[in-house]
Design a protein. Sequence first.
Length: 394
Amino acid sequence: MAKQKNPNGIGSYKLRKDGRYEWSQMVDGKMRSLYGKTPKELNDKVKKISDLPITSNKLTVTEWFEKWLEVYVNPLKKIATYNQYKTLFEQHIKTSIGHRKLSGVKPSDIQTVIAKMNEKKKASKTMKHVKSIMNIAFSKAYDDKLISLNPVIKIEIPVKQAKPRKVLTIEELMKLYKAMENSRWIWSIRLLLVTGLRRGELLALKWTDIDFSNKRLTVDESNSSDGLGDTKSAKVHYVPLSDKAISHLDSQKLMLEKEFNPVLYNDELKKSLLVFPTEQGTMIRPDSYHTMLRRFAEKAGIKASAHCLRHTFVYLSRESMSLKELQAILGHDESTTTLDLYGDILEESMTKTASKIDDIFNKVEKEMEKIEIEKAEKENKPMGKLVEFRKKSS
């Protein structure tokens, strides 16, 4: 039998002197062969590896990752995601295996990246993220026939005890409200607490996102350090509006009117329809909002952030709402639901959930009143004015 090239271009066949059939292929300067007693037997063996790529490239891990970031990540993902991937690559992957030949990376090398991160006392979440990035990048290299195997397999992440989430107590909430009672940002803080919104989602909120009739708001944008863009999950989700949330929004609108905010009358700024603009009618930067809240928290003698208000919302709601309800409100991927497909069911669910939120924060108010009364009795002096949730005007 004459030597015959495989029609797929991945090797050649020949009949050996011992009567067996042989298939051979040159890969990275090395010859690999398969044998069979019959052409069918040999073809069956070849077929099992016929999809394996020919790894005849000299790319380093750094060269491939830089190409992957620019070709597959930058045009398709949010700029924040691209920046995050790039930073984690440069800090942890490049410094460990960036010089290695792409086709020569083994699972042990990937485990070494994780081990070095662990030595630097990096959080388990960060190590999992780096592993995920490597898996995506090496999977794409496999798809592009640059490597014969994705080395990110059976990689173990050290188990570490996660730091507890910061949750504000009732006393701390009272102190924060007291410190912010004359601040123009008070209603944004209160809305965060009763909706569980992320900071970026709150700052990007528009009046057109709020459906007062059906008591829900649509979350489809987020304001990050990279500007206005998609939400963290890149999906639209819906948040039920309790009576308290609506009251806070009414109070925010009244505050904007009283301060004659440019967002209400400037032709250009009016187009933004921002619910929580700066005094100049523009969108506040997330880091500026963080600084503002930190300043008031220091004034109140506590530690607080926008995200700990989100945690506090979850903590206070945990016994009154199901996990599914909370996941839907928070916009987590595990329970993202399309309102248009299940409108009648979800509208009923939204109403019930909004009522539960009101029940929760009515209890919070009563607890605040109880603390204030006990404090006044202990000090044997008249009770001071409470910072109450503002009621919706009739």
